[in-house]
Design a protein around this ligand. Sequence first.
Ligand code: ADP
Ligand code: MG
Length: 284
Amino acid sequence: MIKFEEVSCRYPAFEEGEETATALSGVSFKIEKGSFVAIVGHNGSGKSTVARSINALLLPFEGKILVASMDTAQSDLLWKIRSTAGMVFQNPENQIVSAIVEDDVAFGPENMGIPVKEIRTRIDEAMNATSVYDLKEKSSAQLSGGQKQRVAIAGVLAMKPECIIFDESTSMLDPRGRRDVLDIMKKLHEDGTTIIAITHFMDEAVKAERIMVMKQGQLISDGTPAEIFSCPELIKEAELELPAAVRMRMLLQDRGIDVPADILDMEALADWIAAQRSDDGDNN
Ligand code: ADP
Ligand code: MG
């Protein structure tokens, strides 16, 4: 449902006549409806530019971007595109527009001209899905960072988007807040929403079905988490970290213990080790 065809972008220059560097060059990919994709890459590699381009905040100077068959270059479709592919940013402060939680969540659907009764249902559903219903009468200023981020997600959900792009949306949160947001992503994906998670936490990226790796404005790799993290040259080239479980797998390998390559998170690794031990026990 999201398609980039040979997309190249650059940001507008500060001064007329000034040349800006190309932020994306020749990027092509397709993201199917209902999928869960992570986009990773070093700082400045173009991840946020991909997100902004999907939302028509930036138009390509070459190539074409389709969001549910709508061309982002068509300015009359702008609101439709932004409500189809909603965006959750890094800093929830920048996304909260109303002083009261409930009003904030209602902002999107109100601007879409949705009937009042329908808005009520939507904001209640969105606040329930993000566990902020009990906070609905609170002032946004009273909330913790994690709560603010959940309110921001509720605001996007209330527009019933087909796709939600999380641009480093967990990076300013404490571990609890981060876990809450990840749980919401997982739940939304299970319910059929397309999730695009931009992250520099590899332990989060492994939870996606697919990882796209960016470097210097280009898409340099695209595959399952197991494929991406079984390629040390790629990890080095893209200057990525390894997920904790993969680091541990390599340490175990150095000690003569072969862990299957599809084990990418700590839970799965712990399960595998426990299973080995009980196998040993059975053999004795
Ligand atoms: P990432 O999100 O992966 O860190 P970005 O997409 O923000 O990377 O940046 C890609 C490139 O575009 C970088 O070279 C960055 O300097 C440039 N860039 C990003 N935002 C702007 C902007 N608002 N104006 C000019 N250049 C920008
Ligand atoms: Mg970014």
